[in-house]
Design a protein around this ligand. Sequence first.
Ligand SMILES: Cc1cc2nc3c(=O)[nH]c(=O)nc-3n(C[C@H](O)[C@H](O)[C@H](O)COP(=O)(O)OP(=O)(O)OC[C@H]3O[C@@H](n4cnc5c(N)ncnc54)[C@H](O)[C@@H]3O)c2cc1C
Length: 445
Amino acid sequence: MTRWLPPLEQLTGRAGEWRNWGRTQSAQPQYTARPGTIDEVAAVVRRAVERGGTVKALGSGHSFTGVSRPRDVALSPENLRGLIAVDAGTKRVTLRAGTRLFEVPALLAPHSLAMPNLGDIDRQTVAGAISTGTHGTGLAFGGLATQVVGATLVDGTGSVITIGDDDPRLPGVALGLGALGVLVEVTLQCVDAFVLDALEVPLPLDEVTGGFLETVRSTDHHEFYWFPGTDVALTKTNTRHPASYRTRPLSPARRLIDDRIVGNEALRAMCELGRAVPGVTPGLVRFAAGATGDRRFSDVSTGVFTTRRTVRFRESEWAVPLDRTMEAFDALRALVTEHDWNITFPIEVRAAAADDLMLSTAGGRESGYIAVHRYYRDTDTDYFRETEQLMLSFGGRPHWGKMHTREAPFFREAYPRFGEFLSLRDTLDPHRVFANDYLEAVLGQ
Ligand SMILES: Cc1cc2nc3c(=O)[nH]c(=O)nc-3n(C[C@H](O)[C@H](O)[C@H](O)COP(=O)(O)OP(=O)(O)OC[C@H]3O[C@@H](n4cnc5c(N)ncnc54)[C@H](O)[C@@H]3O)c2cc1C
């Protein structure tokens, strides 16, 4: 017997304007739903289907593309947070999907567990981060979606589906672009809590690029930042140790100066000054390159992996085959050097393991990631457009949450499992209740 459902108006609240963090997307959804249970999520989806509407599961709005842009019903993650279960034997942890990454360490600490790898920040929700293929760096580690070993979701018919680690749908659902359902619970394969020893040093750029492949193979987590117009790279290399390893955290004063003042406030001032007087940018960038880096500390993993980013920017990031990463970087360096693009943000280079997720940027190949950024108030688009063309010539695949202009025909070629993902979408979302403009562009109708 079908249960009675309240009308959508009773399941939702007043919708305000939605904007993403990078201020590249905004929308005015009709309704905002704040469900706290699986049944409530299912009711919202069913009601939306009945009226031919759409539901967009919101994360924390940290994607730069329109992947998370709501049309009709925006489904907020705020009441879908917290720890559900911990299996101490397998180290598997089930979280409600809207849990923010910065909430996870405190939930796992009593169990002496941690997520094996993270990206640069921890503001995202678990579901949002995995759904676009968020990654960190480290050749022995895949992106966050590779940590997913199970999920419970509400599909596009309003049915609740539970997926285990041997379910053939998992490689689609773990990185599903929000196209397959509303994730309500996510089970992650965690590891014993660990300490990272962080070494951050500026080095000559040629030395860093020449040794990149060897360094990413011989260290746990390595990345570098290059400030255009300089010949220096800021390198960050983190080494994993057991939780018993002695920690030497940054003092609160040093963290304040490095991360808040130099990393954010000075950067903000530099971006604004660079906008007002473009000619000063190269000098400012050289100064910034000299003022950052050169520190060693050790801390619990989450305190090292992530930093605070308060200066808004836009970003485009490309995964290229690992062995072509430095060739692609050198070509980008040449491109940037020959243009007067007034760039205040460094270019970031990372690496990740190959995986077998259907839409993972590292699907089937070890990958290097090259990311370009612009201050959010800079309106120029040439830098990203030309970077995109260049990265395509190296077999680049764009990060799903970061700016690009690729569409479905491209992805069909770029991803061997693209057709499989589309079939899964047809099964799980036959009415396209989870569609939005971005998904129509990258997946097709
Ligand atoms: C400052 C900054 C730093 C960043 N650093 C990194 C980095 O180091 N590495 C990296 O790879 N990326 C990075 N990103 C990109 C970011 O991690 C991704 O865009 C991520 O998807 C954002 O997560 P979110 O929670 O904000 O999700 P949103 O952007 O809000 O949503 C992303 C997608 O997830 C879907 N989704 C959300 N919740 C659910 C749910 N419950 N069920 C189903 N689908 C859902 C949405 O519908 C949407 O399709 C960064 C972004 C910013 C702004």
